[in-house]
Design a protein around this ligand. Sequence first.
Ligand code: GUN
Length: 295
Amino acid sequence: MTAKLLDGKALGLAIRQEVAADVARLAKAGIKPGLAVVLVGEDPASQVYVRSKGKACEEAGMHSVTIRLPDATSQDELLATIDRLNADPAIHGMLVQLPLPKGMDSDRVLRRIDPRKDVDGFHPENVGKLVTGDPTAFRPATPYGIQQMLIRSGIETSGAHAVIVGRSNIVGKPMANLLIQQGPGGNATVTVCHSRSRDLPSLTRQADILIVAIGKAEFCTADMVRTGAVVIDVGINRVDDPSRERGYRLCGDVAFEEVAAVASAITPVPGGVGPMTIAMLLKNTLQAAELSRTA
Ligand code: GUN
């Protein structure tokens, strides 16, 4: 391997320590930032993420509430839960873990969250603020974490060609919006590719910074990567592996070994983007608590 490893675990920890210091400062003003995480159903990966979010919150000195609702919960019950959290002064930020069970209207659910508590940044009001470059927008945690990782690793985005593979509302679209903004971690030229893009390898090979968020195990191979590119792997996929006690292994959307041989820097999975996402969620919760003081 020749690529430098971008250590999301260490960078995420540093951000969490910064957040913890700010939380301690707010405590002197009598404010304890509170985050509520709502999980509907039993999706195993979501359960892991939700547990990690709650634990990180507590470690930063924040108030943490996790609400687990059964798979059979009606949409009206979920909306009523959101209304209750919207009205709860101890809760400054909330998120509803996605994906929601089949039959639920995610758009309707996300719109019900008070935009001032929408620490995921998925409410249309925050999406609009992000697109227009309003600094009070909550930035979705995964792309925000990737941007911080680039900044803190000294990777220049200004003038760089960033190619994003995947156009989701959670990663691809907000990532593009962050990278084209003016300022640190911005000023990039951005291409967004997706399942209908023609000749994908010819596009990805143009990337100085390649961000892969497509949800397919080891999809991005070395032939898709220009020598010296920075590669950010957003995927976390479970692949059957009978040799492991738990029966599976985790891998990203990038074929790590072969791509690490051509890239100049790469994120591992796990330990890359994931810990940055959690750190930025805490940062957004802190931002929500600070905003509530002036509201
Ligand atoms: N599912 C996968 N990523 C996310 C995220 O960032 N927020 C929420 N709410 N659900 C997710």
